[in-house]
Ligand binder design. Structure first.
Ligand code: 3PG
Ligand code: MG
Length: 400
């Protein structure tokens, strides 16, 4: 695991601490639809308050591309934050500039202040040092508690950590600890379940995983590309026919390294991609030209459940079927429940992450039973790909 400083021994009393958080929360009809990212930053903020710090929150929301977009203001999030922290959260209309600095200065120690969206400035995504220096003027110490933004080399996640004393927050620490225990130094055997529509977006991930895990389960649309590469007719299924060679390369490399790859052998088939479409279960060898594979079938789920009983660590990214339309999420839900039960029995360490994955697990009602669920989307994927995360690396070198 990369090294970083936690704020265990930090004397934050009377100090203004800039905390980068990820308040890029999912919204539906103008309301926050999932509070997990807010819940996860509470320990860091409470701890800093107890230490007597003045807390200034930095975050982005959406992708306003360097200019103020009123719909992407962080202002509406302050009230929810206040509820979770049981204290007022003051909103400041800008994240840099003399006026914002003065407003922050005028609040008493112990205040929690939320600054406006850092992506209102182009300097943020450009990782511009001058912009990071402007941000740094607002506080004295920097804490990154936004693991889910750490794959971005942006001013508030990367450049700023080089110009201020920089620490990891508790949420970032928990994410890294959980993820490292699943891939870097795991209890074996390790299984990875990777699903989702396309392999083209997950090639780096697949190549990295076959070197790290003992068993790789491929599901979702991606599996069709592999089945097709093996000469199986997948009918009208989503399939990247042009990636057959790459899929075969992954299969043969995995075999050489000794990573077992499991593809579905039974599938749920339908002629239409819509909720409630008429469907049937069959062997993947028996897909008609007008049929699509939309989920793993109970026979394959049962095999996977058996295999899971022999596994000590599971890392999961991506649904196994078209989980967003009923009933094609059933396979994912069943496997998630099996993983949850084994975790509760204490025989499995289960770690999951990625946007769709977390929604799928929430739909299965198992999020409470997994060992760890990452709040990260892109950062989780890049970490699974074995890439360095610039926001985490930057915490290694501080300017004190
Ligand atoms: C996320 O939601 O994954 C993070 O907040 C990063 O957002 P981004 O993909 O817009 O950089
Ligand atoms: Mg994203």
């Amino acid at each position: 695991m990369v090294g970083f400083k936690t704020f265990d021994d930090l004397d934050a009393n009377g100090k203004t601490v800039l905390v980068r958080v990820d308040l890029n929360v999912p919204m539906a009809d103008g309301k926050i639809s999932d509070f997990t990212r807010i819940e996860r930053i509470v320990p860091t903020l409470q701890e800093l308050r107890t230490k007597g710090a003045k807390i200034v929150l930095l975050s982005h929301f959406g992708r306003p591309k360097g200019q103020p977009v009123p719909e992407m203001s962080l202002r509406p999030i302050a009230a929810s934050l206040a509820q979770y922290l049981s204290c007022p959260v003051e909103f400041v209309h800008d994240c840099v500039g003399a006026d914002a600095e003065k407003k922050v200065q005028d609040f008493p120690d112990g205040s929690v202040i939320l600054l406006e969206n850092v992506r209102y400035y182009a300097g943020e995504e450009a990782n511009d040092v001058a912009f990071a220096e402007e941000l740094a003027k607002v506080g004295e110490i920097y804490v990154n508690d936004a693991f889910s933004c750490s794959h971005r080399a942006h001013a508030s996640t990367e450049a700023i950590a080089h110009i201020m004393p920089a620490y990891a927050g508790r949420n970032l620490e928990a994410e890294l600890t959980a993820l490292s225990s699943a891939l870097e130094n795991p209890l074996r055997p390790v299984m990875a379940i990777v699903g989702g529509a396309k392999i083209s977006t997950k090639l780096d991930l697949l190549f990295n995983l076959i070197e790290k895990v003992d068993c790789l389960v491929i599901g979702g649309g991606m599996a069709n590309t592999f089945l097709n590469a093996k000469g199986i007719n997948v009918g009208a299924s989503l399939c990247e026919h042009d990636l057959a060679n790459t899929a075969n390369e992954i299969l043969s490399k995995a075999e050489k390294i000794g990573c077992e790859i499991l593809l579905p052998s039974f599938a749920v088939l339908a002629k239409e991609f819509r909720a409630g479409a008429a469907n049937r279960t069959a062997s993947v060898e028996d897909v008609k030209s007008d049929e699509m594979i939309l989920d793993v079938a109970p026979e394959s789920v049962a095999l996977l459940e058996e295999r899971l009983k022999t596994i000590k660590t599971l890392i999961w990214n991506g649904p196994l079927g078209a989980f967003e339309i009923d009933p094609f999420g059933d396979g994912t839900v069943a496997v998630a429940k099996a993983a949850e039960a084994l975790t509760r029995n204490g025989t499995l360490i289960s770690v999951a992450g990625g946007g769709d994955t977390v929604s799928a697990l929430a739909k299965a009602g198992v999020t409470g039973g997994f060992t760890y669920i990452s709040t990260a989307g892109g950062a989780f994927l890049e970490w699974m790909e074995g890439k360095d995360l610039p926001g985490v690396l930057a915490l290694n070198s501080d300017a004190t």
